[in-house]
Design a protein around this ligand. Structure first.
Ligand code: RIB
Length: 310
């Protein structure tokens, strides 16, 4: 039986612009398309985990505005249970996302709005929820102090902890030591360890540095090259499972984290959970958008059972 997954994070409205290239400073260029949709790393991870079959509770803050309505509808549709404070004192956040037409790759500016004020007191108010979880997940779009406090509560209660250290930031060393799993991409791994990650061997060197910092296991996500897992006993490179042509990579890391958390909450071996996360991400990149691109459990299971299917 699956335990609950509690995710702390941020919802923002994604405003995604597809163009051949980003504008230079002072320049205006014509783009190819625009889309408005639900985003924010924590919310995307919650949607990914719920659509993958997890029982998911999401801790955050929203304003009282149309973007907040978008958040509540997104979570209701995906089956995410909100543990959210709404306030009229600020706005629900938004992200500017440039998507490069040729590659589907992206560059992002995020303004978290009222979720940028999530405090240790907000976390304390959700202590019981966190302590009862099987898996706790956070990222770094809300204040570091809130993530740190929640990780302490989870670790003390024996809840398995996952930190997706995105966006890149200076992480207090004692906070890393609270994490059973840390899931940086290549640039975030370099930001934390100082080791540039280009090859799988680089990923292993960065993983070694994270293990030395006290994390239980390091999982470096490597884009089209899958993910590299290392703990005290095993080092495994898990290749990506292609589900078709890449349309947009925005949110792929969130798809991975959500899928990984769901498999872990179901009791999967961590390396099998990494495979499940890679399959989740492999499907998400074949679709536009972030939260809307998260696959259903049936889609993930089909891809894992038939990895050659396109
Ligand atoms: O990881 C992708 C997400 O990062 C986007 O949805 C955007 O909102 C930013 O938070």
């Amino acid at each position: 039986m699956s335990g609950t997954i509690v995710i702390l994070g941020v919802f923002v409205a994604d405003t995604a612009y597809r163009a051949e290239r980003p504008p230079r400073m002072g320049e205006t260029i014509l783009g190819n398309s625009f889309a408005l949709g639900p985003g924010g790393k924590g919310s995307n991870q919650a949607v990914a985990a719920a659509r993958a079959g997890g029982e998911v509770h999401f801790i955050s803050r929203l304003g009282r505005d149309p973007f907040a309505d978008m958040a509540l509808k997104t979570w209701a549709d995906a089956g995410v249970k909100p543990a959210v404070t709404q306030t009229g004192d600020g706005y629900t956040g938004a992200a500017y996302i440039f998507v490069e037409e040729a590659s589907g790759n992206n560059a992002i500016i995020i303004c978290p709005g009222v979720a940028g004020e999530i405090s240790a007191a907000d976390i304390e108010a959700q202590r019981t929820l966190i302590e009862a979880a099987s898996v706790f997940v956070t990222q770094l779009e809300q204040p570091m102090q809130a993530a740190h406090h929640a990780l302490k509560i989870a670790r003390t209660a024996g809840v398995r902890t996952i930190l997706n250290p995105a966006p890149a930031a200076d992480i207090p060393p004692d906070m890393l030591a609270l994490c059973d799993f840390v899931t940086p991409n290549e640039s975030e791994a370099e930001g934390i360890t100082g080791i540039p990650v280009v090859t799988v061997a680089d990923a292993e060197a960065a993983a070694d540095a994270l293990l030395a910092a006290g994390v239980g296991a390091a999982i470096i996500t490597l884009g089209e090259n899958g993910a590299f897992f290392k703990d005290g006993a095993r080092a495994v490179h898990v290749p990506v499972v292609s589900a078709g042509p890449v349309v947009e990579t925005t949110g792929a890391g969130d798809a991975f984290s959500g899928g990984f958390a769901t498999a872990l909450a179901e009791g999967a071996d961590p390396v099998d959970a990494v495979r499940f996360g890679c399959a989740t991400a492999g499907i998400s990149v074949t679709r536009p958008g972030t939260a809307p691109s998260m696959p259903s459990r049936a889609e993930i299971d089909t891809l894992i059972a038939n990895p050659a299917s396109d």
